[in-house]
Design a protein around this ligand. Sequence first.
Ligand code: NAD
Ligand code: WQD
Length: 348
Amino acid sequence: MMRVLVAGGAGFIGSHTVVKLVEAGHEPIIVDNFSNSKPVVIDRLEALTGSHLTWYNADLTNREITEAIFTQEQPDAVIHFAGLKAVGESVEKPLWYYETNMNTTFNLLHGMATAETRHIVFSSSATVYGNNPIPFQEDMEAVNSLSPYGYSKVAIERVLTDTAKVADIQVGLLRYFNPVGAHPSGTIGEDPLGIPNNLMPAIASVATGRREKLYVFGTDYPTPDGTCLRDYIHVQDLAAGHVAALDYLAAHDTKVRAWNFGTGQGTSVLELIHAFEKASGLTLPIEYAPRRDGDRDAFWADASRAKIELGWTAEKTIDEMCADTWRFQQANPEGYPDGDPISRPAQL
Ligand code: NAD
Ligand code: WQD
């Protein structure tokens, strides 16, 4: 059993990972400032796990508060989801992105030193591979500097790697491809604030009538149907991968290791839309639009390293990703509600 501080644990991927941690016998400690999530998620997680969860409403860019939480909780491990993630917004507000994503990382590392926490796994991204040839493999150079968001992931990987050379810590760099889906209960899922940028949230907002139509960005790519190919991964599989990575670090001497979390398969924009239409029984209004700046025509993971080393593979299909997203959307057509009572008070 490990006590795992889950930084950003109320967010999309963090919340699903909290459930998997409890199921695997670990004890999560959620720290989130709810800048891109809602406190009601804590209630939903307590209902799903049937357990009382320790949680902090705290900003991890504040070093003092972060260190106080580590002193209090003495975690064995950290999962670091806490940061900002909208690629386009990062171009508009680079300093805010660098400040938030770097400072949460610095403070978590200081906190780990305070509590002698040994393990950290970090939410990196396929975006670090930039223009490398596909499929992306972990030993390719992680160099993408196309957006401040992408570059913050490259920089954080470097900070963690350099720190591990001198500190008694072990680091997992988890490079996610395109996470979608929701918990099969329909009680937790992806609920982005504002206008969604990513494809599945955009589909979901059209399906629930929050947006009028779906724009398909680019139809003349050199792919079978002319739309971009991506490696969509179910958030439940991704969440399970975090537990596998932590267990691996705890059982090995590895100092720093990167793992791709993808399925190894590309799915086109139109294929994903059609799969969602099948799952929901809806016909979505579509408008073909010009290419979106900065999009690559196709990328997917070489997922063999995680399979060999972690014994982890993504199992869920595109149809399951769509069905589970739709179930969450139907149960929460306006997203998570504001201001539900919190079943247990925050710490601090
Ligand atoms: P999310 O926004 O749902 O989750 C991030 C959580 O961190 C949110 O709950 C937010 O409130 C919290 N947070 C942000 N700043 C904070 C701060 N200063 N202090 C405390 N908490 C803070 O995003 P997600 O989709 O769950 O992504 C989690 C991580 O995975 C992010 O680092 C993201 O960059 C990375 N990632 C996401 C994707 C994706 O497509 N969703 C792909 C690759 C990598
Ligand atoms: C997928 C495809 C769009 C919206 C981004 C980040 C990446 C990672 C995952 C965090 C593209 C098309 C989209 C829409 C569309 N995140 N699309 N209409 O661009 O692969 O990756 O999210 O690390 O770093 O860059 O994902 O979901 O935005 O787009 O046609 O309304 O869907 O053009 O081809 P992407 P996405």
